[in-house]
Design a binder for this molecule. Sequence first.
Ligand code: NAI
Ligand code: MG
Length: 398
Amino acid sequence: MSKRTIVSMPGDGIGKVVLDEAIRVLDAAGFEADYVEGDIGWEFWRSEGNPLPQRTLDLIAEHKIGLFGAITSKPKDEAFNALSPELQEKGLVYASPIVGLRQHFGLDICLRPCKTYKGNPLNFIRRGPNDSIQEPVVDVAIFRQNTEGLYGGVEWSNPPKQVYDALMTHPKFKQNFGDAPVEEVSVSTRIFTKKCTERILRAAFEHAKKYGYKSVTVCEKPNVIRETSGMMYKMAQEIQKADFPEIELWNTNIDAQMMWLTKNPENYGVIVAGNMFGDIVSDGFAGLIGGLGFACSAQYNPETGIGVFEPTHGSAPKYADYPISIVNPIAMVESACMMLDFIDEQEIAKKIRKAVSDVVSEGKVKTYDMAKMTGKADVVDKDAASTVEMAEAIISKL
Ligand code: NAI
Ligand code: MG
């Protein structure tokens, strides 16, 4: 088979550091690939007014698989002010390139697994009977709809007349918001389509079946958000009944789920949610298994086979300029493993995961987060391993 080409998109800040280290781990594990670099992020917004240049989209369309570090995003006004006067004149509006990537390629399936590493000092613990200490083993796979819902980008402040008039035809809008002057109204829509809802639900059920999870939990709020959450839960019931009767279907509300998170996280298997609630619940579960240094994700389109794999964390600008990088590369390395699963290189993925798990359970090499230190440049002079040292420890276990 010819060598694969992977589009590496380091992005900004610590994205650059962790991606380099993940590629080193991939190389050491025997994964043979060529990497072409895709430009993305704040630097390209500032220099050319586009954080997601067409040339990067072309590279992904051609090679299909992207490994992504992290980008820096800033609010609308701050982004505008960062442009040179010539670019400002063009009336450009900043939009997150990662959201742009998802929408451009219809990467509507987002998978965020959260699995406890044995021996991780950051594992969640709780008090059990007779003041005993319990450390529940979490093994949850969160499927988040990645392109629609509240992050779909259909929003207005001071909505145009047609939109406002249409809203006024809804009795609830008229009753609750009809007295507010239109220029004081902001609207962010939450649109779900049947097609994408079915795709995320089926992806969740199929994953449960393939990996032996006993339940799929729809985590939404159908009692209040009747149309969108309601549609998702109803479709889940139909899909479960028709095609996955052996898998239990559970239904939790996002707010209650966040409370149960610390009460019985070990009870959940696959969780499926819309865009925003999926974002929230996946961060919640990630917190139980070590937080942003460990949280990985895949986003893909099952029809085109295009997939982008990235840690959940951002560019952590405050750590980006340290002479020795202190951040934990495990989230990026695990994201690379998800890429390997996706392209049928499970054996190499397994090898890397075992190496990561060996390093964590041995407990000798710990980045500052695992050592429970405050993130500062001098942590590497104390007990903490640097980003590079952690990657090297993983490589040494391969
Ligand atoms: P962040 O995830 O960059 O950092 C938050 C904090 O988490 C850091 O200060 C650090 O304490 C910790 N952290 C993050 N990654 C870590 C790692 N690998 N190891 C150890 N600790 C780690 O989120 P923040 O500060 O809210 O955002 C910074 C920038 O990143 C913003 O411009 C934001 O828009 C962007 N961002 C980008 C994302 C992406 O590229 N997908 C996702 C989230 C934020
Ligand atoms: Mg998030």
